[in-house]
Design a protein around this ligand. Sequence first.
Ligand code: ADP
Length: 191
Amino acid sequence: MFNLILFGPPGSGKGTQSENIIAAYGLQHLSTGNLLRSEIADQTTLGLKAKTLMDAGQLVPDEVVIGMVDNFMNAHPEAKGFLFDGFPRTTAQCVALDDLLKQKGNEINVVLALQVGEEELVKRLLGRGATSGRSDDTNETIIRARIKEYNDKTTAVATYYAQFEKVVNVQGEGSVESIYADLKKEIDARI
Ligand code: ADP
């Protein structure tokens, strides 16, 4: 199995580049943001609770997200590997993911960390909000709250994996094609 974490702040291009990577390498895409939005669309109890937090730019509790990831991985036993997008977002989620993978004799192979400056992130997210219908992308205060959550809690994910020398920084500004080419080079060197 080849397991990849695509890491970076909100608006860093994880969703866009995930599509390119899963198409090329046949990995199973696991986006916790997408899973949560589908719970909201289905109006499940989990979705209703998550929506309030997501609309405020805050993280959903670790145990909720970890349970969702565990279920998703168990539902895809045929996967050649997973591309984790938007997960893990806290150190507790990193530890839980390592445990889930270890139980099946697997591990995270690489963390590709997209580097994008804050003003570029805000510009991209407001641009996306104008067309995507994502309520958390339309308000600059909420966008800045998400970036703050990222700085306060999620940058620790890179620190966690850096201790195992698994983190590779990739420039996330430039054309979609040139960023993908850089990501591909790093994947090809390891897969
Ligand atoms: P973005 O990366 O653009 O912020 P996502 O679609 O990954 O968008 O996530 C949207 C929201 O869903 C986050 O702001 C957060 O509230 C919630 N969320 C997604 N993944 C996680 C996670 N792993 N842990 C906690 N909350 C999460």
